[in-house]
Write a protein of this length. Structure first.
Length: 388
């Protein structure tokens, strides 16, 4: 069904003052929706033991394949494709993706989850591989480290986030030392992963020779300040631009609940945490690769519904993409969409119905466009660097 983009009337945005707690609420509802159980709410009460008195779980060893959620050669869920699409031969892939996954854990209230948590304890792992990481298998080898993620109750606890980031940084250094071999790479992320990726880019890439190898950064589903140009990462504003950042947070037209993700956030900036960030959040339209201008629904090549069980563990065929589901436009730091009611069963959830936020399916809503975008930017990087 083709649905034309419908422009929303001008309105006054209500800026909610929930800060970090608001983001936690959004993520809670997102994960609650995906998991479908009230038992998860208990974990939001926070651990009974204060962080200073707690012992973090064992750290992952990134020399071991078990420390990676996605790794070349496995033919796992991340290599799944929709009908009519094929994953690139990993032996001939022109680039790599280093993907920092979102919060997937839903178990007992701890500060940091075990990196080797099972799919039962972290039930969003399969959905992340199918609905997010797989979007890059048309161009790239896929690397996604497991890490001691901060749990939902701990997202506003800097010490817990520090443990999580430390794992991500060590995983990236291991990737560079043993897997990269000078190849171009993409940094991609979602939600909690985006907070870690912002820091990773500043500390491990932008101030090093690796910056030349960066095809682009897809920092989706989180707050990304539009001041990153000051540290060497301009915002993408062309579909074939490289060395830039693409970010957005998907919101229903006329709804303001997703502002909790982009207003007054804590983020890493030049070696320290900034609290109550004031810069606008980056919004790049994934249907055009540009910041300004609306895209009609006809420009959307295909949307993927949020993956549902049973999942399995091996690559498989994904559901057919829904063509022309919605157009999109960046407005006031959010990416506004207009999903028709006839498609709500496949693309809406409690989070979108209550808050108007499509946080759970930021990737899936524009799956075909992101897949094409990554292929095009890798090709542009190769052309700019005379790689034949």
């Amino acid at each position: 069904m083709t649905v034309a983009w419908r422009s929303a009337p001008k309105r006054r945005w209500i800026r909610l003052g929930f800060g970090c707690f608001g983001a936690v609420v959004v993520l809670l509802l997102a994960t609650f929706t995906a998991i479908g159980g009230w038992g998860f709410v208990v974990s939001m009460r926070g651990p009974a033991t204060p962080f200073a008195a707690s012992t973090p779980p064992p750290a992952p060893d990134y020399a071991a394949r078990a420390a990676w959620l996605a790794f070349p050669g496995r033919d796992g869920l991340e290599r799944s494709t929709p009908p009519g699409m094929r994953a690139v031969d990993e032996r001939a892939a022109p680039a790599d993706v280093f993907f920092v996954h979102p919060t997937t854990f839903s178990g007992s209230p701890v500060w940091n989850a075990r990196f080797d948590a099972s799919d039962t304890a972290a039930p969003l792992y399969p959905a992340v591989l199918l609905g997010q990481v797989s979007a890059f298998n048309g161009c790239c080898r896929l690397y996604a480290p497991r890490y001691r993620q901060a749990t939902l109750a701990a997202l506003k606890t800097p010490a817990a986030m520090e443990i999580a980031y430390g794992d991500i940084a060590r995983a990236f250094r291991n990737y560079v030392a043993h897997q990269n071999h000078g190849r171009p790479f993409i940094i991609a992320s979602h939600s909690q992963g985006t907070a870690h990726a912002i820091r990773l880019l500043q500390e491990e890439i932008l101030k090093t020779p690796l910056k030349r190898q960066l095809v682009a950064a897809y920092l989706i589903g989180g707050y990304v300040p539009d001041t990153l140009r000051a540290v060497g990462l301009p915002v993408c504003d062309d579909a074939r631009q490289t060395g830039c950042v693409l970010s957005y947070n998907t919101s229903e037209t006329g709804r303001s609940g997703a502002r909790m993700i982009v207003d007054g956030k804590t983020y890493w900036w030049r070696g320290a945490l900034v609290v109550d960030g004031k810069p606008d959040a980056v919004c790049v339209n994934p249907l055009t690769g540009r910041r300004a201008g609306a895209a009609q629904a006809e420009a959307n090549p295909g949307s993927l519904p949020f993956p549902t069980a049973p999942f399995g563990h091996a690559a498989k065929s994904l559901p057919p993409l829904t063509r022309h589901l919605t157009g999109a436009v960046c407005r006031a730091s959010l990416l506004e969409v207009d999903v028709p009611w006839s498609e709500t069963s496949a693309f809406s959830d409690k989070l979108s119905l209550i808050f108007g936020s499509y946080h759970l399916n930021d990737y899936g809503m524009f799956y075909g466009a992101l897949r094409r975008d990554a292929v095009d930017r890798v090709a542009a990087w190769q052309a700019a660097n005379d790689v034949r």
